[in-house]
Design a protein around this ligand. Structure first.
Ligand code: BES
Ligand code: MN
Length: 456
């Protein structure tokens, strides 16, 4: 192992340059104009894997291609097999004007590498690849077989990956999945995440008059869809910050005292959190701490809201329609299907007869929860400690990785979530970054992980 550790240290600056190369691809899965960039980025990852010594190929799908890379098996049978998952697609970089430097021109400042996708998820999956490179280039034997699945549709709901898992079920059969695509509370506080929130997305359109109308001539005689929608939305939360939809909380598992005690020990202060987010005062469901609210309680959020005239100056109209994009984040044991149904029924009930409502449901993912005390979890905690030199914590995360439930359903295995992103890494925001110490320690963690997971 010392040779692996030394190799990682000696090659640190080359690895940073390689991450810059990776970040330079504008691999935005949501935007059709980046289709060719997606393919080029997938090709780059495949070639990189091959240079390291993995057997890699780019697998076409009906959407964006998936990188599949394996450690050579040399006919050794019956060894433990782990699957490492990551994604090379990134969120749209807009709004461009808020980036200090362009999102796909990586820039290093201090110990931060700025660029869209730096932490979510390019830096994190590259850390795993670098650990394997260190094993191969130093001739150190890996104690297990590894398969890397690095997809291009995570940020748009992973539609092609479930089919891919089903098609290759026997080839991908493994002991556990490892993912570094979540966060850690602070540089000196590594974390094992044992729960993720699920998600249910939908859009509501309220249709009013057949066309935009002169608000002076007609205003006052017809309902205004933007007003009606605002009133409808305002009814969806109560003064205590709870989602006011009957039955919404029915399936929520209460937090155990043990979990609440664990969360209370996290290096997380409300005031620092408030400052980091730039809000005048925090807001959230009464009776829960901000950490609990963001990871273990369900929410309903407006993600986008539009109606009427958005250009310069004024335009006196009653708009023909108003539209809102909403996602709810779900916790165990809520299910996206049931939540969409509850929301739809409730909205139909409270919708006034003066507008016509259309509801379109979008992507969904189940929440995820696994015990943080199993053998694999314990091994992962040892690897985190060895790499970061401080005691790791176990925690829940508020984001979603839709595919983890498919790994469970299709491959029958649990996922170890070993995230390397810091709270101020700006995932999905302008000026996304990845901390280069987290990058280096993440590589070390990945190197230790295979030793720890295969210790009997
Ligand atoms: N890496 C995130 C998920 C994440 C971030 C989990 C932080 C826990 C903590 C992932 O890339 C992501 O953004 N997922 C989307 C999924 C959605 C598009 C279905 C999300 O959570 O919004
Ligand atoms: Mn993301």
């Amino acid at each position: 192992m010392q040779a692996v550790i030394d190799f990682l240290k000696q090659n640190e600056s080359r690895f940073v340059n390689e991450l810059c190369e990776y970040v330079r691809f504008p691999s935005v899965s949501a935007q059709p104009q980046h289709r060719a960039d997606m393919k080029a980025c997938g090709d780059w990852v495949v070639e990189h894997c091959q240079q390291i010594g993995l057997e890699a190929q780019l697998c076409p799908t009906s959407g964006h291609p998936i990188v599949l890379a394996k450690t050579p098996r040399h006919g050794k049978n019956g060894r433990p097999h782990f699957l490492v998952y990551g994604h090379y697609d990134v969120q749209p970089p807009e709004p461009f004007e808020l980036w200090k430097t362009p999102p796909f021109e990586p820039r290093i400042e201090g110990r931060s590498l700025f660029g869209r996708g730096a932490c979510d998820n390019k830096g994190q999956n590259l850390a795993h690849l670098k650990a394997i490179e260190a094993y191969f280039k130093t001739g150190t034997e890996l104690p297990c077989d590894l398969t890397f699945v690095i997809e291009g549709e995570e940020e748009v709901g992973s539609a092609s990956l479930a089919t891919f898992l089903k098609e290759r079920q026997s080839e991908l059969k493994c002991d556990a999945v490892v993912i570094s695509d979540t966060g850690m509370p602070a540089k000196n506080c590594p974390a094992l995440t044992y729960a993720l929130r699920g998600i249910a997305a939908f859009e509501i359109v309220l249709h009013g008059p057949a066309r935009d109308l002169h608000s002076g001539i007609f205003g006052g005689t017809v309902d205004n869809p933007a007003m009606a929608l605002s009133q409808l939305l305002a009814q969806l939360r109560d003064p205590d910050g709870r989602v006011a939809i009957p039955g919404f909380y029915d399936d929520v598992k209460p937090l155990s005292d043990y979990e609440r005690q664990q969360f209370a020990r996290l290096p997380f202060t409300d005031e620092q959190y408030r400052q980091m987010l730039g809000v005048p005062k925090l807001f959230g469901e009464k009776g829960y701490t901000p950490f609990e609210q963001r990871s273990a309680r369900p929410t309903l959020e407006i993600n986008g809201l539009t109606s009427g005239y958005q250009g310069e100056g004024s335009k006196t109209i009653v708009p023909a329609w108003a539209r809102v994009k909403i996602t709810t984040r779900l916790v165990p044991d809520q299910s996206p299907g049931k939540i969409i149904q509850l929301v739809t029924e409730h909205l139909k009930k409270i919708c006034p007869p003066t507008v016509r409502m259309e509801i379109q449901s979008g992507h969904g993912a189940e929440p995820y929860l696994v015990s943080p005390t199993g053998t694999h979890a314990k091994a992962a905690l040892r690897a985190l400690k060895a790499a970061f030199g401080s005691e790791p914590i176990v925690m829940r995360e508020g984001g979603s990785i839709p595919i983890v439930n498919d790994f469970k359903r299709i491959l029958g295995v649990d996922t170890l979530l070993l995230g390397l992103a810091l709270p101020d890494d700006n995932a999905h925001s302008p000026n996304e970054k990845f901390d280069l110490d987290c990058f280096a320690k993440g590589q070390l963690m990945a190197a230790h992980l295979w030793q720890e997971l295969t210790k009997s």
